[in-house]
Design a protein around this ligand. Sequence first.
Ligand SMILES: Nc1ncnc2c1ncn2[C@@H]1O[C@H](COP(=O)(O)OP(=O)(O)O)[C@@H](O)[C@H]1O
Ligand SMILES: [Mg+2]
Length: 349
Amino acid sequence: MFKKLLGFFSSSIAIDLGTANTLVYMHGKGIILNEPSMVALAVDKSGMGGRKILAVGQEAKVMLGKTPGQIEVVRPMKDGVIADFNVTEQMIKYFIKKVSSQKVLMSVPPTIVICVPCGSTQVERRAIKDAALAAGARRVELIEEAMAAAIGAGLPVESPRASMVVDIGGGTTEVGVISLGGLVYANSIRVAGDRLDEVISNHIRARHGLLIGEATAEEIKKQIGSAHSGTDNGEMEIRGRSVYDGLPKKISITSSEIREALHDALDQMVSAVKQALELTPPELAADMIDSGIVLTGGGALLRGLDILFTETTQLKVTVAEEPLLCVAKGCGMALDHLSDQRVYLNRNK
Ligand SMILES: Nc1ncnc2c1ncn2[C@@H]1O[C@H](COP(=O)(O)OP(=O)(O)O)[C@@H](O)[C@H]1O
Ligand SMILES: [Mg+2]
């Protein structure tokens, strides 16, 4: 009986519903799913507006940019919040089903902790919760993304000494100041990894007359993108379609021109951090001199971003270990301590 109960509890999950990637953590097992937050839809062109889900996650990503007219690959959370509720709901249900045990009679996890971006509205939070309930969960708790990131990065969130986390995802950059287990300050801006990709493809089109896809722009960012001249990473050959004659063409681009192109977008991230420092109560802001700032999320992997932040804030800035996993780990820890550390959770939403 005890074993059965334990098995039941251990199927509880935590979900990092990111704009770029969705990760699922299972109690006792760790991270068991890590897939792009993407959905491939068959679009009904008959004017009925019908859409059928063809693939979700990794399977949908491989179709990106290569689909025939009637298939569309969408990122339902693209702008940091739910851009397309129906598709988001289907995606959540799909991932929950995918990790649910087939053997247990009641296969849907009874308890689910899901993280939500700080900037999401009450309606959006309710919608995320409802989607998980509709998938069969008995209990759903929400946790703010910045709080999850801080827990996952190993920050002393319970301590009265404040710490700052900056989570740079695909759609949003979340800035949070945490003290005594709560978020003292939270802000979310819609400038993050996707914006950097956009800026890169605009630059390549304007400067070199070459059209490139989203995937190429992201590849450029990862390979030669950098936020600081001290982390220059040479050159790269890219392929695309010429805007002049429409023919495929390859060119060589440099790390320094990409850095220049990224400047304004990165400056907006820096401003969000400076604003957080300005709006945090003085005693807590003073704590940051010792505790510094920790960067999480995939965007934290941009070369030299920590140096740029260090130079602009004069604080000690570090990149968390496995930045792409921090939020999922943090959600998971909140799940594991559901009974004793309720303070993390976003109870009134
Ligand atoms: N090595 C890298 N350099 C720069 N950006 C990266 C790197 N690896 C991943 N990213 C970016 O991180 C973002 C995804 O991060 P993630 O934390 O998973 O986002 P989200 O939480 O919104 O799903 C994407 O914009 C991706 O391009
Ligand atoms: Mg995230």
